[in-house]
Ligand binder design. Sequence first.
Ligand SMILES: Cc1ncc(COP(=O)(O)O)c(C=O)c1O
Length: 399
Amino acid sequence: MTYDVEKIRADFPALKSGLAFFDGPGGSQVPTQVGAAIAAAITQPISNRGVTTLSEKNAEEIVLGFRQAVGDLINADPAGVVYGRSWTQITYDFSRTLAKSWKPGDEIIVTTLDHDSNIRPWVQAAEAVGAVVRWAKFDTATGELPTSAISDLLNDKTRLVAVTGAGNTLGTRPNIQEISQAVHKTSALLYIDGVHLTPHTPIDMQAMGADFFGLSFYKIFGPHCAAIAAKLELLKTLNNDKLLPSTSESPERFEFGTLPYEIMAGCTATIDYIANMVDGSGSRRQRIVNSMAAAEKYEEDLFEYMESEIKAIPGVTLYGHAENRTPTLYFNLKGVAGAEVHKHLAGLKVNAPASNFYALEVSRALGLGDTGAVRAGLAPYSTKEDVDRLVAGLRQLAK
Ligand SMILES: Cc1ncc(COP(=O)(O)O)c(C=O)c1O
């Protein structure tokens, strides 16, 4: 498998702007193929889903194609794939649904490593029913979230553990398989935020032992929407609020209103794009794994270079130190506000914003308040030249 970054870059019209994108953890750029798929889907004969007319069948095919594609991307049961407008919306919906069966005194576990979208919905849902929230804390010195931070809190009252596949600022990748083994010694469910992990590695939610695993397409070259997957059998046990005339079937009962067929077609095209990113053969699942393994290796090598270059800049403080990390750096420059760094780099056509990026608990635990720090993340289309431009821009500000 050869990873040809220039061939990949040629597919992304946005890269012709000359911008160097280190804001991939916030959202990635989109290849022509995905835009074309959205346009084709919305201009073909299309009606509400059905099995009678051509236009109904087109919509039906898109929805089933979407579920199959997500199944291939993360090794999920396609029949348990639910579309959502965003991961935040999905998690709010599922937190309210799951909390319907919680009782006062039941417990849930959230972590300080997570994006707020995998914390606050659970905290608020727990509060509404009198359930207890236990906090698994990441180690601020190492950036690690050891399995024991979660396993020490587990007991027979634990109903749910919500944890990220990778922290979106520190990049920390907790050992989900190990966490899953601990969680599943109890009857608790494991709910994984895969939004920051999915862009960087092949995902196998079944091998991970996740009961729920979700991702956002706009972090993986796709349109602005999300999906979550669970076993169909598990979804069938849940009883969410829904409109009276809408179906009681899963996964449809978790998808409110008319689905955005064109966006879903764009998601399928995104997954097909990933499958074809690197030359390979076999099933779409096999080609996805092949492509993502190649992208991961490419990013790892480039990240090693980026980290060593940025570390060498006088006055830099790096915050992520976990052994297993995504190619994402979170850092500050001594005496220069993050917002100033962002602005200065923007003037050089280098995108690297500063914020807490909604990983508010991380920012606060690190003593960065709500302001946070600068984040520079690699994407599969990043290059050494991009990194050199970032480093040169930072050196201009270093004191
Ligand atoms: C790890 C992680 N989780 C969740 C989200 C929120 O996703 P969405 O915008 O789809 O709600 C983000 C977005 O930055 C993220 O990085």
